[in-house]
Ligand binder design. Structure first.
Ligand code: FES
Length: 158
């Protein structure tokens, strides 16, 4: 089962730590040159709808704090907030990975933790397909250390 998302206070605190200062976001290795864009969601309440990305890349919905990633045939919706102490994560184009802006924890394009102070992967939102859109539930996240199966399953085919 997905875990409750950060409290509103924690969420705002995370924002103050720099969530809105993301300078660049993109994807690694063979994906280093992939496009990064900003998107706005449709929907309200606890669900956000986005068109299914037509190509590999990352899209940022700052208002909803969602990173939508299409990578290796799958689409993921991940939190902008680092799971360690809620700082912002950003994309480092030259290194082809996500990195936390506070303590430099590193993550692959699908949010897998590789090094640093964090103790789990980037949190993933529940996601499902509806026609040509993906629907992301933003009031819950899967935490990889508490629900590995949920976290692993939080994606849809591109
Ligand atoms: S807040 Fe991200 S590694 Fe500490």
């Amino acid at each position: 089962m997905p875990c409750d998302r950060l409290s509103r206070r924690g969420f705002i605190a995370g924002s103050a730590c720099g969530v809105f200062t993301l300078a660049a976001l993109g994807l690694p290795g063979d994906v280093a040159a992939l496009p990064v864009s900003e998107i706005e969601a449709q929907g309200n309440g606890n669900e956000r709808k986005y068109p299914i990305p037509s190509a590999d890349g990352a899209s940022i919905d700052r208002a909803s704090q969602v990173i939508l990633v299409r990578y290796a045939g799958k689409v993921y919706a991940m939190s902008l907030v680092c799971p360690h102490e809620n700082a912002a994560v950003r994309w480092l184009p030259k290194d082809g990975r996500f990195q936390c802006s506070k303590h430099t924890s590193r993550y692959t394009p699908d949010g897998t933790f590789t090094s640093g102070r964090a103790t789990r992967n980037m949190d993933r939102f529940p996601i499902r397909k509806e026609g040509a859109q993906v629907v992301v539930t933003i009031d819950r996240v899967f935490q990889s250390d508490k629900d590995a199966n949920g976290w692993n399953g939080a994606n849809v085919p591109a």
